[in-house]
Every structure is written in structure tokens, then in C-alpha cells.
Design a protein around this ligand. Structure first.
Ligand SMILES: Nc1nc2c(ncn2[C@@H]2O[C@H](COP(=O)(O)OP(=O)(O)OP(=O)(O)O)[C@@H](O)[C@H]2O)c(=O)[nH]1
Ligand SMILES: [Mg+2]
Length: 635
């Protein structure tokens, strides 16, 4: 039998316009492995993660059965019931009930259960049966269930439910063989006509009856192992401990930044050497003049100054992805729940905020899992304050130039410590702003604690990690090749033209348009300790945060200074550097994020609220930092 997962299929494509194509929808609780199944069936590479709420949109792919039959598979956000409470659950409900305009109802349902936790899945199946579509129940993660000694009589379950029940392991080669053996003949024979839906939103009474029925099925057909004391439970007794837990969380993050700083350094040096060599090569091969300046100062210096931070970004995400896949991040959510509740943040805001470490855009989209509109809005507005990966270049550059590379407190890297502090400042400001928003929105204090599904710990899968890193690297390099490249071209041109007059005495850039613009904006930024060169970098830096780094590299390279880090260390005071760090904690310097806020919040008003409050905080923070640092003698 050929493995269907070996057949690549384009992702995110629309269903085949040929109405003959069968459409099967994956439905199940959050974190039961729907996306892992989707990827295995279609060869797609959608994000999976060991926590709930990874998928918030409908995705379509084409699966090919071993006998070569093709059908569409729809991956949906996880849901416990069709009685949808949040925008992501509504997607699932609307797809199944045919309430999405222009989309037909799927032809069959692939109900997915986490085999180690059948009760909820059986309750959902009870509801799904009323939709009137043919159902196949997939008992996914059967590998874990077997490992734990759970015995599930899937044949008896199938007889009693009246639908096929098939064990599967989405993440193993051959893990879908049993599924294909059932689905292939089903497709061959043709699916039965859809019966009219009799689904109605269940009342709490209905839910209780369905729950009892699920309970009965589990008792009848599942043999639980005698010792329920699993490794997960043992680990959780330590990491969820009320005192030890938060300390362990802090310790892990702390060590992470220490490691990132020391491990990334040699790779960054290597990239620096390559770009230094490229710059020298350009200077040698291309005759001195405008073309040489464009290539060496604009392209090589500008792009190189950003690409050098790739190792830092990859190491940071190596840690985050490992913790996610291991199942620790869901515990972190549990530990942070009380603090977040005090700040008035919805417990489900944790994952959106966690995603914002990569980039605020997926973070803001992940806020769709939050049902209460005001809570969702608060999360959308604070997500951009989390330290996204585009800030890493800015932070690292300034740290490298101004924070000595020394060990303190018996072996801790001071630079790693400052980076940790900047991340902590981001998290802290999220909590403060959310707290204030609670009064602005007149929201009540959150009373219900977070209903968390704590997933079992799993060994991180190298494939998931590699995929995650590859995607981060691709996003980062693509930005370097597009937004940053074009910003560089503009900044170089502005810093080069008009050319200095005959007999000019100052550096050429002082006669350029960039200097004129920078000097016009500079008075507004002077109280923050920013000079006109910073102003030149910050204005196009609205496009994306890293552009400011590339901008500084070009501005100073065109002025004829070599080595950005050295130049900055020589030209700025410590107070200026600290003020710029403070500015970047808050400033909304990313057009794409603002566009997504507008889309997800549903009006331009909230985008402007974000722009105004973030600029105001950035200005205040930079002002206070500069004035205090200068007063202390760092000016
Ligand atoms: N051991 C094992 N792990 C699995 C299996 N299927 C999925 N996983 C892991 O379980 C976790 C959750 O998988 P996802 O596919 O993201 O779950 P999902 O149902 O799409 O979750 P949401 O999108 O949040 O609803 C990931 O860490 C997967 O690698 C399986 O059959 N066996
Ligand atoms: Mg998913």
C-alpha cells in the first residue's frame, strides 16, 4: 500500500470546482489532532501544536486514497459542541450546517477523538449525528492510548453508535492505514444521500443527558489501566505547584535568553563576516561612484544588518517550539491564568499573546478563540505590545552597542539579562494596559476561571520543530527581500540625493533629502534624545520594525562610518540608546499589524485607538527614560 502522506498537495486551495469531488470535514475537540490528520491526509504543512486553539480558520486540501481516489478534506477549528461560543467555533458550526454563503455543506464528517479522552468526543458525535451527514469516528492518538494501557473495543463502539470507528495515529507513517481501508470502499460505493438536519442548539438538560450517555459508552467499551498515575500527572505535580510552578516558568524563560545570546553569537559573527566580505568585494569590483554606494551602502549594509539577526530569531523559536510541542505552554497558560485574570484578561488570551512572540498578526487572529467581544478587543489591542521577532534586531543591535558583554552575578550574561528584561517589560505592559482597559470598557472582573484542557506531555517531534523554524526563517528572509529591500532603496536614495555641491566640506549625507526630513522631524524627537539620523530611520521604520536597523546601517554607511555597532557606540549616549529601547517596547511601527487590527476588530476606530495609545506610551516611556538616564549622568 502506498502511503498517501507522500503525495504532495497544494494547501489553502479552493475545493475542486468539479462538484463530483467529495468533501469531508474534520470535526473534533481542540487539540485532538485534526490538523495533524489533515496534514497526513493531504501532505499539507499547517501548524499543529500541543495546545488548544491552534487552528482558527477553515483550510481545504486534497487527499488521495491508496487506490488513487481524490477527495477534499476541510480542517476546522476545534469545538466541544456545535453550540458555538466564539468566532472560531462559529466557523465550524457554520460549515457543518451550510450557513456559510457560497459554500456547500460537506458530504461527510470525519469526527476526530483523542483516544485518551473519549468522553467529550462521544458527546460531540451524539450532536453531529443530528446534522444528517455520514460520519466516520477516528480514534486518533491511539499510540498514546495503547502506551498507557487503555483498551478500547472500537468494534463494539462502532456497532453501538452505528458508524465506523477507526483507530489512527496521525503522526506515524502508516498510522492512517485502517482509515483508508474504510474510507476507500465508502467513496467507491458512493456516499448515502444527506438526511435533513435535525440539529438544534442543545439545552443544558440535553447536554447532561448526552454526557451521561457518553459516560455509559466509555464504561462499557473502554478498559482503563489500573494505575492512572501517568508521567504527565507526576510532572504536573511539580510544574503546576503554586510556588514552584511560577519559579520554574521564570527560570525556563530566563535560561532561554541566556542560551539564545551565547549560542547565536558565533553564527551572527559568521553572517557578519560574509556580508563584510561582500561589501569589500563590491568595493573592489565596482568602480567608486553611485553604483558602488548603492550596492555597498544600500543593499549589502542595509540587508546584511537585518539578516544577521536570523540566528537569534531561530534560537528563540527553537525554545518556544520545543516548549509548545512538549505541552509545557498549556501549563504556562494555567500558571499565568490568575495574573491574567487580575489584569482582566480572558484566560483564552494566553495563546494569542504567546503567538505574538512570533508576530502580532497571527496573535491577533488567534484572538478569535475568545467569545466575549470586549475581552477579544482588549486582547487584540494589547497583542502588539508583546515582543515580536521583528523587535529582536532592534534590541540586539542596541544591546550589542551599549551593554558590555560581561558576566554578572557569577556567570549570567548581562546582555541576556537585558533582553530578558525587555521581554518582561512587554509582558508587564500588556498586563497594565489590559488592566486600564478594564475600566475604559467597564468590564467586570473575570469570575469564571479558565477551562483548560491540559494536554499530556509528548516528546517534541523533530519534524514539527523543523517545520516551525523553517517557516519563521522563510517569513523573516522574505521580509528582508521585499519590504526591507524596498525601504533600503528609498532610504539610500534619500540619503544620497541631492549630491553635495562643489567644494562641500561636510559629509555628503548632510546635504541630502534624508537630512532635511530628519532635521525637520528631529525637534519633536529631541526631548527623547533622538538625533536626526534616528529620525531618518524611524520614519520609514513605520513599514516594519527591522527597517529602522537597516535604515541606521545605510544612513551611517553613507556618512562614511564603518561598522554599525561601533558607530552607534561612538555617536549615541547611553541615555539615547536606552530611550530608543523604551520607544520600541511600545511604538506601533508595523503597518501590517495595524491593518490586521482594523480587520479583526471590525472598524478603523480600534486601529486608531491602537496607534494613538501606543505612540503616546512610546513617547512617554522614551522621554522618561532619556531624562532620567541623562539626569543620572548617562546623557
Ligand atoms: N503521539 C501522537 N501525537 C499526536 C497525534 N496526532 C496529533 N498529535 C499531536 O497532538 C498535538 C495537537 O495536534 P493538532 O493537530 O494541532 O490538534 P488540532 O485538533 O488541530 O488542534 P486545534 O487546531 O487547536 O483544534 C500536536 O502536538 C500533534 O503533534 C497522534 O496520533 N499521536
Ligand atoms: Mg488544528
Amino acid at each position: 500500500m502506498t502511503s498517501a502522506s507522500a503525495i504532495p498537495a497544494p494547501q489553502d486551495i479552493l475545493p475542486d470546482p468539479d462538484a463530483q469531488t467529495i468533501e469531508a470535514a474534520l470535526v473534533g475537540a481542540p487539540n485532538c489532532g485534526k490538523t495533524a490528520l489533515f496534514n497526513a491526509m493531504t501532505g499539507a504543512t499547517q501548524k499543529v501544536g500541543n495546545y488548544s486553539g491552534v487552528t482558527v480558520e477553515r483550510k481545504v486540501g486534497i487527499a488521495t486514497t491508496p487506490s488513487g481516489r481524490k477527495f477534499s478534506v476541510i480542517d476546522l477549528p476545534g469545538t466541544h459542541s456545535l453550540r458555538a461560543r466564539s468566532p472560531d467555533e462559529e466557523v465550524t458550526r457554520d460549515v457543518l450546517l451550510g450557513q456559510r454563503p457560497g459554500e456547500r455543506v460537506p458530504d461527510m464528517l470525519l469526527a476526530v477523538a483523542d483516544a485518551t479522552n473519549l468522553r467529550g468526543a462521544l458527546r460531540l458525535v451524539n450532536e453531529l449525528k443530528k446534522v444528517g451527514l455520514p460520519i466516520v469516528l477516528i480514534l486518533n492518538m491511539i499510540d498514546i492510548a495503547r502506551h498507557r494501557g487503555l483498551q478500547i473495543d472500537h468494534e463494539a463502539l462502532s456497532a453501538e453508535l452505528g458508524i465506523p470507528v477507526i483507530p489512527a495515529t496521525a503522526v506515524r507513517r502508516g498510522g492512517l492505514d485502517a482509515l483508508w481501508e474504510v474510507v476507500d470502499p465508502m467513496l467507491e460505493a458512493g456516499l448515502p444521500e444527506r438526511r435533513p438536519s435535525t440539529w438544534q442548539a442543545p439545552s443544558s438538560h440535553d447536554l447532561r443527558i448526552a454526557m451521561r450517555e457518553a459516560e455509559r459508552l466509555v464504561t462499557a467499551h473502554v478498559v482503563q489501566p489500573p494505575a492512572p498515575d501517568t508521567a504527565s500527572a507526576r510532572i504536573d505535580r511539580v510544574v503546576l505547584h503554586p510556588v514552584a510552578g511560577p519559579l520554574i516558568l521564570l527560570g525556563i524563560l530566563f535560561l532561554m535568553f541566556q542560551a539564545v545570546f551565547s549560542w547565536a553569537a558565533p553564527f551572527m559573527d559568521a553572517i557578519d563576516a560574509v556580508f563584510g566580505w561582500l561589501g569589500a568585494l563590491v568595493a573592489q569590483v565596482v568602480p567608486a561612484g553611485l553604483v558602488q554606494s548603492f550596492l555597498a551602502d544600500g543593499i549589502v549594509a542595509g540587508i546584511g544588518s537585518v539578516i544577521i539577526f536570523l540566528p537569534q530569531i531561530l534560537f528563540t523559536f527553537l525554545f518556544i517550539l520545543l516548549l509548545e510541542d512538549f505541552g509545557y505552554m498549556a501549563r504556562a497558560a494555567f500558571l499565568m491564568d490568575r495574573v491574567m485574570g487580575k489584569a482582566g484578561l480572558n484566560g483564552r488570551a494566553f495563546i494569542p499573546l504567546l503567538s505574538s512572540f512570533a508576530c502580532a498578526i497571527p496573535g491577533i487572529m488567534a484572538a478569535r478563540v475568545i467569545d466575549n467581544r470586549r475581552d477579544r478587543l482588549t486582547t487584540i489591542l494589547v497583542a502588539p505590545l508583546m515582543t515580536c521577532s521583528a523587535r529582536i534586531p532592534v534590541y540586539t543591535l542596541i544591546i550589542a552597542a551599549f551593554i558590555p558583554n560581561v558576566k554578572v552575578f557569577g556567570g549570567l550574561s548581562l546582555q541576556g539579562l537585558v533582553m530578558f528584561g525587555l521581554y518582561a517589560a512587554g509582558v508587564f505592559s500588556v498586563l497594565i494596559v489590559a488592566f486600564v482597559a478594564r475600566y475604559v470598557f467597564a468590564r467586570e472582573e473575570r469570575n469564571a476561571p479558565l477551562m483548560l484542557d491540559l494536554p499530556d506531555y509528548k516528546m517534541p517531534r523533530p519534524r514539527n520543530i523543523a517545520l516551525g523554524l523553517y517557516q519563521r526563517a522563510r517569513v523573516f528572509l522574505r521580509r528582508a527581500g521585499t519590504v526591507i529591500f524596498w525601504a533600503m532603496v528609498v532610504i539610500w536614495a534619500l540619503s544620497t540625493f541631492p549630491q553635495p555641491p562643489e567644494g562641500a566640506t561636510q559629509p555628503a549625507i548632510n546635504y541630502s533629502l534624508a537630512a532635511m526630513i530628519g532635521k525637520a522631524v528631529a525637534p519633536i524627537l529631541a526631548p527623547l534624545g533622538f538625533n536626526w539620523q534616528i529620525a531618518v530611520a524611524l520614519v520609514p521604520g513605520m513599514a516594519a520594525r527591522e527597517v529602522a536597523v537597516a535604515g541606521l546601517a545605510t544612513v551611517y554607511a553613507v556618512s562614511g562610518e564603518g561598522g554599525l555597532i561601533h558607530t552607534l557606540a561612538g555617536q549615541w549616549s547611553l541615555a539615547t540608546a536606552l530611550a530608543l529601547l523604551a520607544w520600541y517596547i511600545f511604538a506601533p511601527q508595523c503597518i501590517s499589524t495595524l491593518a490586521v487590527i482594523r480587520r479583526e476588530a471590525g472598524s478603523a476606530k480600534w486601529m486608531w485607538v491602537a496607534v494613538v495609545y501606543m505612540f503616546a506610551l512610546a513617547y512617554l516611556a522614551a522621554f522618561a527614560t532619556y531624562q532620567i538616564a541623562a539626569a543620572l549622568g548617562a546623557g
